[in-house]
Design a protein around this ligand. Structure first.
Ligand code: SF4
Ligand code: SF4
Length: 325
């Protein structure tokens, strides 16, 4: 039975909806398409005028612009983004691929970020109309503060999201700088405007976890409550493998995020998106509430995997059950 939702019914702000384009975001995302293709940029475009939902993307920043949590987090993130990268040293330092990947973990171990992974670059992770030349994508994850994110949809949670985007950007720039000081070109990719790269697919490929019903990645250590950044490079890192914790099947039997989502953007079943059957959040339903609440985040806050100390126990329980079956 559905739980009572304090945010329903949701009435979108008419001023925002007046900016909605004719085309559906779900159509841009390829909902219902049975043929595989590269993704199209639907939101968080570096140039909002380049996408149909660009006016809605601009409107996002008009909501509560003076809230102290948002102002402080945005100012801190901008400082990180403005900081220059070190000059490229040369010639490139040589290590075996496994040693590069181990050195990356050692480099971030001071708390630069909470999780790393490496994937060999694939064209189908690159938005249509863009190209990425580098052979490797290093993915970095930073965890939200749980108490702050559970304030969602209060701006306190939005501020925490921006704060972690800033940390993720700092991690990407630190890793890129570390590589440049060893003679390797390295390009940081920071969110939410990630440019050419869709970040979730490489994160899944390099072991960050599984896609949850709420459209975010879940893993036992960080739950669903984290942000990503990346570094593009040709330094020959060994890829890290994908990881399966049984979360996909867990989601099939859970409906916490479905019940909690105010505009009912999360459905009970997987859908076909660009030729792949997967969990999918209805973009057109989500976006108005997301925009109106500085990034919402309710679905990642209520996900049981996000609660500190819960994810590892859940994963161990699922592993024991899988071993028995
Ligand atoms: S709340 Fe439940 S269904 Fe939703 S993503 Fe988390 S585990 Fe999956
Ligand atoms: S972020 Fe979107 S999908 Fe998640 S709860 Fe909010 S409105 Fe629903």
């Amino acid at each position: 039975m559905a739980r009572r939702n304090p945010h329903r019914p949701f009435h979108p702000d008419p001023a925002q909806m007046a900016l909605a384009p004719e085309v559906s975001g779900n159509a841009i995302n390829g909902l219902g398409e049975v043929t595989q293709r590269r993704p199209r940029m639907v939101y968080w475009a570096p140039d909002p005028d380049s996408i149909p939902h660009g006016q809605m993307q601009r409107w996002f920043y008009s909501v509560n612009p003076d809230h102290p949590a948002l102002v402080a987090a945005r100012a801190d993130r901008q400082k990180v983004l403005d900081a220059p990268l070190p000059d490229l040293a040369g010639p490139p330092v040589q290590h075996a691929p496994d040693d590069w990947t181990a050195a990356l973990d050692a480099f971030v171990d001071d708390g630069t970020c909470e999780m790393t992974g490496v994937a060999e670059m694939r064209d189908d992770w690159v938005f249509e109309g863009h190209q990425i030349a580098q052979s490797r994508v290093i993915v970095l994850g930073v965890q939200h503060d749980y108490d702050a994110i559970t304030q969602a949809p209060d701006p306190t949670a939005g501020g925490e999201v921006v704060r972690q985007y800033g940390r993720a950007a700092g991690a990407a720039k630190a890793v890129a700088g570390w590589l440049r000081q060893q003679g390797w070109e390295a390009e940081p990719v920071t969110g939410p405007m990630t440019g050419a790269l869709a970040l979730i697919p490489p994160a899944l490929a390099c072991g960050f976890g599984e896609l949850g019903k709420h459209g975010s990645i879940i893993n036992p250590e960080l739950g669903a409550s984290f942000r990503l950044s990346a570094v593009l490079t040709d330094a020959p890192f060994a890829p890290t493998p994908p990881r399966d914790f049984g979360i996909d099947a867990f989601c099939a039997a859970c409906r916490i995020c479905e019940d909690a989502c105010p505009p009912m953007a999360i459905g009970p079943d997987k859908q076909t998106v660009r030729g792949v059957e997967k969990w999918y959040v209805d973009f057109d339903r989500c976006l108005p509430f997301f925009n109106q609440t500085h990034g919402c985040a309710i679905c990642i806050a209520v996900c049981p995997w996000s609660r500190p100390g819960v994810g590892l126990n859940l994963a161990a329980k699922l592993a024991r059950r899988a071993a028995r079956d």
